[in-house]
Design a protein around this ligand. Structure first.
Ligand SMILES: NC(=O)c1ccc[n+]([C@@H]2O[C@H](COP(=O)([O-])OP(=O)(O)OC[C@H]3O[C@@H](n4cnc5c(N)ncnc54)[C@H](OP(=O)(O)O)[C@@H]3O)[C@@H](O)[C@H]2O)c1
Length: 273
């Protein structure tokens, strides 16, 4: 599994398992199956309501804690300096862990509130409650404002990124500032059918004897993006990590570049409560 070194020296497996909409036993079973299949990176969030199940699967896997990279997120209603401090502690209790590997601001709020939350996160990072900190759903202006007050540059910006919303400019801006882009909804989430039915992806997939989702994920990996496809289906969990026996050619990457449409599937971060 390819590892990426973040700007603070911490390494993150480039491919992880997402857990959005994986409820209760589904989250437990999918995380356990993923860990058995070779995944070492799990993405959750307090708002997903499955941190307890994720934590239990990590324990039951028998894999040493330090070999697994765990991300969780600070939800909007928990933003603010004191609330953020309490929120991470509650997440750690639910996960039954002493620390997470990455703690993200889930969605930007007002610049002031976001800056206060981030200050709390910096302190919790220095206290060892999280090995890295970052943001999610941040656009250029959210990052620029954060830079005015932040003492620690975020390690990651997790944003909706897939073959139809490619985020080349945002990735360039993030990388220039030492921030890795992390792709959520990498196989187009609730619009997965668009990936499954896409002819350009099918043509490339046939050549390598792979599936369309595998090509969609591979495209992001080849762009140095961290990727967290979600599946609760054992066969798909295995399929989504079976990507390291081939490489895409430049002209195939160019063809996939041509699929960019820019219409996001998730809310506009500037218009969320
Ligand atoms: N920061 C944020 O605001 C934010 C927002 C959204 C998501 N996320 C994170 O990013 C992760 C991924 O995003 P997502 O869950 O929205 O979408 P996704 O990973 O792009 O797509 C998940 C959907 O695709 C299906 N699928 C996955 N692999 C497949 C395959 N090989 N063949 C056919 N179908 C396949 C899954 O079905 P089954 O599960 O039924 O197999 C599920 O319906 C989330 O789980 C979450 O951890 C973060």
């Amino acid at each position: 599994m390819q590892q990426i070194k973040l700007n603070n020296g911490v390494t993150i497996p480039q491919l992880g398992l997402g857990t959005f909409r994986a409820k209760d036993n589904e989250a437990y079973e999918s995380v356990l199956h993923a860990l058995k299949s070779g995944y070492r990176h799990i993405d959750t969030a307090s708002i997903y309501g499955n941190e307890e199940q994720v934590g239990k699967a990590i324990k039951d896997s028998g894999i040493p804690r330090e070999d697994i990279f765990v991300t969780t997120k600070l939800f909007n209603s928990d933003q603010g300096y004191l609330k953020a401090k309490k929120a991470l502690k509650r997440s750690l209790q639910r996960l039954d862990l002493d620390y997470v590997d990455l703690y993200l601001i889930h969605w930007p709020q007002s610049y002031e509130l976001t800056a206060d939350s981030y200050q709390a996160m910096e302190e919790m990072y220095l206290d060892g409650l999280t090995r890295a900190i970052g943001v999610s759903n941040f656009n250029f202006h959210h990052l620029e404002h954060l830079f005015e007050t932040a003492e620690i540059i975020p390690q990651v910006n997790q944003v909706e990124t897939h073959v139809f919303v490619q985020n080349h400019k945002l990735q360039e801006f993030c990388m220039k500032n030492g921030i890795y882009l992390e792709a959520y909804a990498p196989v187009a989430s609730h619009e997965i059918e668009r990936v499954l039915e896409n002819e350009t992806l099918s043509e490339i997939a046939n050549k390598y004897n792979k599936s369309n989702p595998q090509i969609a994920i591979k495209y992001l990996l080849e762009r140095d993006i961290i990727v967290i496809p979600k599946s609760v289906t054992p066969k798909r969990i295995e399929e989504n990590i079976d990507l390291f026996d081939f490489s895409l050619m430049d002209e195939e990457i160019e063809k996939i570049d041509g699929l960019n449409r820019g219409r996001k599937l998730f809310p506009d971060p500037d218009n969320i409560g």
